[in-house]
Design a protein around this ligand. Sequence first.
Ligand SMILES: *[C@@H]1O[C@H](CO)[C@@H](O)[C@H](O)[C@H]1NC(C)=O
Ligand SMILES: *[C@@H]1O[C@H](CO)[C@@H](O)[C@H](O)[C@H]1NC(C)=O
Ligand SMILES: *[C@@H]1O[C@H](CO)[C@@H](O)[C@H](O)[C@H]1NC(C)=O
Length: 450
Amino acid sequence: MFSYRSVAFLSLSTLAGGFASTVQPLGIPFKSPVAVAPGFAASVIFSNLTTPRGITFDNKQNLLVVERGFGVTAFNSVTSGWERNVVIQNAGFTQGIQVDGDKLYVSTATNTFVYKYDAVSKSVASNVSPFSIVNGIPGDGELTTHTLQLEKDASGKTVALLVASGPFTNIDVTARDPASGRSQIRRFVLPPIHFALPPPTPLQWSTGQILAFGIRNPAGFAFPPTQPHPLGSKSLLVVENGASIDGLSNFTAAFVNDNPADELEFVTYPTTPAAITSTTPKTYGFPDCTTLWNPLADPVGNPGFVNKPRGYQFSLELDPAKDDAFCQQIANNHPPALSFQAHSVPLDIKFYTPSGITSKAIPLSLRGHAFVSFHGSFNRSPPTGYGVVQFPYPPHQTSNTLGYTFLIQATNLSTCPGTCIRPVGLAFGNDGRLYVSSDSSGELFVIEKA
Ligand SMILES: *[C@@H]1O[C@H](CO)[C@@H](O)[C@H](O)[C@H]1NC(C)=O
Ligand SMILES: *[C@@H]1O[C@H](CO)[C@@H](O)[C@H](O)[C@H]1NC(C)=O
Ligand SMILES: *[C@@H]1O[C@H](CO)[C@@H](O)[C@H](O)[C@H]1NC(C)=O
């Protein structure tokens, strides 16, 4: 079944970085059953991992995974199944992972590090110490999973590192001020990195360019395949998980079971020094403004919403001056490009831009589509999420059309979380298949054409 890949995987099962490699055979079932969309198939690659979160491919098509609480591991296909090698053992890594040739970037709660990495041996250099690239990131909040994304220029050269920061608390009023460093994405122009030379001075979080703020937890972001903007600016699609609003007295339990929506944010930002200086970053509304998912969630208890459309921007009334009218001003609150069902908890987004095509590749009819992982709800009855969705980009959603479809989802949501899939990281292989990490079930799996 994997024969078209086999030539790439002649490496021997030897020690990498002093750790034995392990192989899991094909055919191990999911811990909990999954439903897969017609025309697709899904299979487990590896089980019993330590909270797998961010994932990415290196330039030898090894799948690198942050196993949160353990470190970074590498996975490659072998004749009998999939092989796992330990790349770095470090319990401090939270989620972010990017690779650029021999540079491996990871994030901890307060810092980002770069390691000298070798994709052939799937190991980091033992004679070159990793060093900090960006430090001073707020690390004391509820969410310390700092997602990372490298930015390349038009020639394909890596020029900057984008770093996300979540809120201090569920509803964090300090995030109104972009200087708080909370609920935002910052950009750092990378210094030259030569491992043979002394490391550059770490960049300080406080000096980063703020790309957008008021995005509660910007857990995943990706560049769309076509950049609609002229040279000198970039657009970025960001998935945001909304606040839990069950502690607010204005909203009933039935209303908050289906509200607010999680969001897809369309962000544009300048990349030239002059434009950076003259541009004020946009706010996306957190903590004051949020998005309606189900207007009819409680027609009796919260009747004010029944005539409002899905996607309506409303106020959490944390401050009397910041009412619905305030939230409808784009200067105060940039509305989402797409709303996701409340409690979906989107954690990653990737665009399908296949270069080659194999018999198992996701069909070309989905070229340019966005794929989003839904980690799933912990406070909704019945549960929702626990799957991966896809949608055309730009998206199209109305009050009557969802605008996205599930590729895979836990079969019986009533059993979740339990051992259900809880998707986090997404990565497309050069084989056109979609690889997914699932943290609480400890699985890595792949979605392909049936
Ligand atoms: C995962 O761990 C469980 C519990 O220890 C064990 O029963 C199962 O065989 C393991 N699965 C694999 C594929 O190793
Ligand atoms: C929302 O709650 C606050 C504080 O409990 C209250 O002062 C305000 O009147 C409420 N707003 C609405 C529209 O019910
Ligand atoms: C789903 O799981 C629940 C809880 O374990 C169970 O009661 C129910 O029968 C299951 N539904 C189906 C269709 O298997």
